[in-house]
Design a protein around this ligand. Sequence first.
Ligand code: HEM
Length: 526
Amino acid sequence: MPSWSSNFTSSAPVLGLGLIAILSCTWILLQRSRASAPNPSIQHYQWDNRAAGTAKKRWLWDSLTLLREGYFRFYNQPWQVWTSEGYQVVLPPSYVDELKMLPDHTLPSSLREFMLPQYTFKPFPSWKLDYVNHVILHDLNKNMAKVFPAMSEEVDFALSEEFPSSTDWTETDIATQALRLICRISGRAFVGSGSTDLHRNEEWIDISCRYTKDLFLAALKLRAVPFSFLRPLVAFFLPDLRRVYRHNDRARALVQPILQQRERDAKTVVVDPGYVKPNDTIQWLHDLIPDGDKKDYAYQGAAQLAITAVSVQSTSKLIVNIMLNLIEYAEYVPVLVEEIKTVQAECGGHWTLASMGRLEKLDSFMRESLRFEPPLTVDLKTATFQRRAMKPVKLRDGTVLPPGTLMLAPADAIAFDRTFYPDPETFDGLRFEKLRQQAVETGEVQGKVRHQFVATSKTQVQFGLGRHACPGRWFAGHAIKLVVASVLLNYDFKFRDGEVNKTKTFLFQTTNMPHPKTRILIRKKL
Ligand code: HEM
């Protein structure tokens, strides 16, 4: 029988590890409790828990009302709210405007943190997502005129694949179809240049859609874990996260042969005058990353999925909301159809990039849909402009936010502030078109631009603001216009029998999505 001392000796490492674990947990808890204490120099919104629910319950399930309440109670002043990421400072519009251009070493975006890339982008370091942002901000926008014709061409094909072809009413899971639709259309711009037709590969479409869903769900579930030190444990067992890793593996398998072929083709450039460099995100990313990473096909596959994820989710959700609004406020349909037909005729039946700018009523309807019911899945309905102070940040009222402070703009509350949007509770599809017209009449030079779908300002923060404002909003705007125009011209759609209003959206934390059970009836026009 082993002696006490030998027992002790053999279990000593285990005891030691146990002790280290306990001490680490205690230290982390202490840090956490310190980090999650409210900043004493900023007003802290408190309410009667028995009547309204605890801070946690409200943040998880009622953030929309919570942020609206605080916004109007502390009108024009910063205040604090408990969130699953600790206390966050909620900034009124004028403060957001002042901070919007602070450099990254002082006030970087914390949106990425929110997606917990240390789990969801594993094993790649999260800073490598900077390349993704760069590709969208610089290459995609610079090449918009080149990718637009292909996108436009893809819309009718994608609709014929995803929407009912029958002239009888067909019940449709619109959220799923819109996601697949936009995966195909943006796929054409992202992974469909030259001889590459990954955007039509069913496996790619499938993983693009599933990856996006699994990624957001994994991040959402991990964020809901109250103590961050427990997240690695939860992550280990999280099926959504395991699926994300599997999608990454598949993406590598699909992207690798394309990259290898392109590397071979590129070598022929000296002898083949007909060589045309592909023009898509696969190529732009490959050109951008350092030589040492060019053979890292796993990273490049995962990065392509990351590009898809940031773009398709919010865009497809907005398409769903626009369609639901078109059913609910059907009086706009003939007005928009007339505009679409007129502009299309002016450009000879084929959409051009310039013609997108002439769809002013549609643009207005899109922006009102964005204001009224933002589509979003990443903290973007009720809050945008998420930032973390890396250095002390002085606010205009003299308050200094210490490093580590998280902050946000209450996008939804601002969008319903009657000072900026008269009669905010009324859906006015032509609200922004009228403002544009007024601007023209009064000779306000910036007016036409200021009221566009893609415009950002301190009172229009649905795309964020400043240095990190959404770089994909022009792309989103064009994709949505192409889809909605084609749907309006080629399909009829309505609620199911007996339904008169759209299904309420589903809100968790600050994530807003069309209700998973949303179904509508669609038929192809005769
Ligand atoms: C209706 C559609 C969309 C909405 C409402 C939306 C909204 C947003 C918002 C609110 C932010 C945070 C901005 C901030 O913190 O100031 C953001 C960031 C971002 N969006 Fe979008 N977005 C949309 C479509 C897209 C598309 C189509 C792409 C890509 C083609 C894209 C790529 C990105 C990227 C890369 C960032 C991070 C920017 C950074 O941190 O610098 N988005 N988006």
